[in-house]
Ligand binder design. Structure first.
Ligand code: ATP
Ligand code: MG
Length: 595
């Protein structure tokens, strides 16, 4: 419980008004009481003085009698209690008091001694009444001794009035308090109803309902406050809208990035991640307020992030992540003071850049250079060897020289083929040579291709069986590329197929495409090699390639030609329904009828 007792406005107002009212009531009442009491005492004194004078006159008139008789007579005549005390202080006669407590030291007698008359108001403790004692000096007269006549007057009127005033006092205070309470309750009820509507609006704004406003304006005193609350709510609404739109923009930028982004605070706790990072590490969105290690199992990354957020650590760091999926990411972690709350240390931003493709291309480039060097080196070594032998002294016999020169020519031709194929492939890959696509009869391209390899076919006694008639179909293709494609596949079928067995070319219409199959009955291609068969320089059995002076680029070129035509090429080995052999299947777009 709080030690500071808090009073409500109602209580405070009540206490303040009661105190003010008490002061306002008691001051005039007290003053009136004081004045009234003084007036009443003065009146009583004046009446008592007249009675004293009368008493003295009557006392002096009744001479010749004893003092006691005179006093009794005066008392009878006036109906008052009267006493006489000698100047020596002895009570000589009295109808009042039999006691001897009377003496000259009483205040009324001392006053009478000096001024002729004296008064003294005395409160009777038993009766709770006030009485006034009055004394008048009597000089020596005839036989009457010198002394003081004393009478006692009851101050009943004074007592009554004072009693009345006390009663008024007694009832006035609670009555005023009650009145104050009533007034204050009315005022505070009205106040609190005004304040409540403002409180409700302020609470609603606090809970995020920034559109809430005070519609019914309260009393004049609160209009300014209500306007201020409305203005404040409007400003908050505006700022929240601006912040939300900025946040959305930042989030949109982050989500639109190709790279994964992770924002961390000064304690290396993840504050936000973008959509790409969630794609890379599913479940990363649940890692907010956790350490990177909890969503990415890489202690190296965790250490690097911790180092960057530490003030003594480096401003930036790069680590490489290799995922089980084979993807490789360069993670650049940069310290960023803008990612943290004011007063906190710097945070960090980690950007995950996918370098798998670059790595793959780099590996491919290295392989390519190694392959080209290797492919060129073999014929070049042979050319060099034979050329050196020819230059040696003594020169070899003429028939040997001829055979050496033939070998040199063969190797030079092979090198030329490699270079030509590489240039061809490079043009196709770069997209510079898209081709000149026209509607053409595939049968023409097929027969031209067969012509080009008929020497080899004859040598191996291989026949072409094609189920396509001339002018049956037209495809939208580049004539040179289509002939090259057929040639590569027919050559392979002749080379790697068995002797004395035909090569079969089939076709099938599939929607707006024509599907070709070039099939042989050879040894086929093992399943493990099939996915790589279209790579440059890839061959299943190198020794067979050398037999035909192959370069290993034929299928790579074929794949590019087919994809240039918007088709696909695949290998089936063994072909469907056959025990052995290989079938290369590719599609080409049919030419439009009107064309
Ligand atoms: N019909 C086939 N039957 C069996 N293996 C084949 C067949 N066609 C291709 N191959 C295999 O695929 C490899 C790649 O063929 P590709 O046509 O690309 O190169 P190449 O024939 O060796 O040389 P190039 O065609 O450049 O003269 C060949 O070396 C061979 O091992
Ligand atoms: Mg080939």
């Amino acid at each position: 419980m709080s030690s500071n007792v808090k009073f409500s406005i109602k209580t405070k107002l009540f206490i303040a008004v009661c105190v003010t009212a008490a002061i306002c009531v008691s001051l005039p009442l007290g003053f009136a009481y004081y004045l009234l009491k003084a007036d009443l005492a003065a009146d009583a004194q004046s009446i008592a003085r007249q009675k004293l004078e009368l008493t003295k006159r009557l006392y002096l008139k009744s001479d010749g009698k004893s003092i006691k008789a005179r006093i009794a007579a005066v008392s009878n005549m006036l109906g008052e209690e009267v006493g006489f005390i000698s100047s020596s202080g002895k009570m000589l006669a009295t109808t009042l008091w039999a006691d001897e407590s009377w003496n000259l030291s009483r205040s009324e007698i001392r006053a009478a001694k000096v001024d002729g008359t004296g008064f003294h108001i005395q409160q009777s403790p038993d009766e709770n009444l006030s009485s006034i004692y009055c004394a008048i000096k009597v000089s020596n007269h005839l036989d009457a001794p010198e002394g003081y006549l004393i009478i006692k007057e009851s101050l009943s009127t004074l007592n009554e009035r004072i009693g009345m005033i006390s009663k008024v006092f007694f009832w006035a205070i609670p009555a005023v308090a009650l009145l104050c309470y009533g007034v204050i309750r009315f005022v505070t009820l009205h106040l609190s109803s005004s304040v409540k509507s403002m409180v409700r609006t302020a609470e609603a704004v606090g809970q995020g309902n920034y559109k809430r406003r005070i519609r019914n304006f309260p009393d004049k005193e609160f209009i300014q406050l209500a306007k201020s609350i409305n203005w404040m709510a409007e400003r908050i609404d505006e700022h929240v809208t601006i912040i939300t739109s900025q946040k959305n923009k930042i989030q949109a930028v982050l989500n639109g990035m190709w790279d994964g982004v992770m924002v961390m605070d000064c304690n290396c706790r993840i504050q936000s991640v973008n959509r790409k990072l969630i794609n890379i590490f599913p479940g990363a969105e649940k890692g907010l307020d956790r350490s990177p290690l909890e969503i990415i199992p890489s202690p190296e990354l965790q250490d690097a992030c911790a180092e960057v957020v530490s003030p003594e650590g480096p401003e930036a760091k790069t680590v490489q992540l290799v995922l089980p999926t084979g993807h490789i990411y360069d993670v650049n972690i940069v310290r960023s003071p803008h990612t943290v709350e004011p007063g906190q240390g710097p945070g960090a931003i980690a950007v995950f850049h996918d370098i798998s493709k670059i790595k793959r291309l780099e590996t491919m480039r290295q392989d390519f250079v190694a392959n080209v060097s290797h492919e060129l080196r073999t014929p070049l070594t042979s050319i060099k060897g034979y050329a050196e032998t020819l230059l040696n002294e003594p020169a070899p016999p003429e028939n040997i020289q001829k055979s050496f020169l033939e070998t040199i020519e063969k190797n030079a031709n092979h090198m030329c083929k490699i270079v030509d194929d590489l240039l061809n492939l490079s043009r196709l890959e770069s997209g510079k040579e898209q081709g000149h696509f026209i509607p053409l009869d595939p049968m023409i391209a097929l027969s031209n291709a067969w012509q080009a390899c008929c020497a080899l076919a004859e040598k191996r006694n291989v026949k072409l069986v094609a189920a396509i008639n001339k002018n049956q179909f037209k495809v939208q293709a580049d004539p040179d590329q289509l002939m090259q494609l057929f040639r590569n596949l027919l050559e392979n079928a002749i080379k790697y197929g068995p002797e004395n067995k035909p090569v079969v070319v089939n076709h099938l219409v599939e929607g707006d495409r024509l599907k070709f199959t070039v099939q042989d009955e050879g040894i086929g291609i093992p399943a493990i090699d099939q996915p790589r068969i279209f790579e440059r320089f890839y061959s299943v059995e190198k020794f067979r390639r050398n037999e035909f002076g192959s370069t290993g680029l034929g299928l790579a070129i074929s794949r590019h030609i087919v994809s240039n035509h918007g088709g696909k090429i695949e290998v089936q080995s063994p072909p469907e329904g056959c025990p052995r052999g290989a079938a290369f299947i590719f599609t080409l777009p049919l030419a439009k009828k009107s064309a």
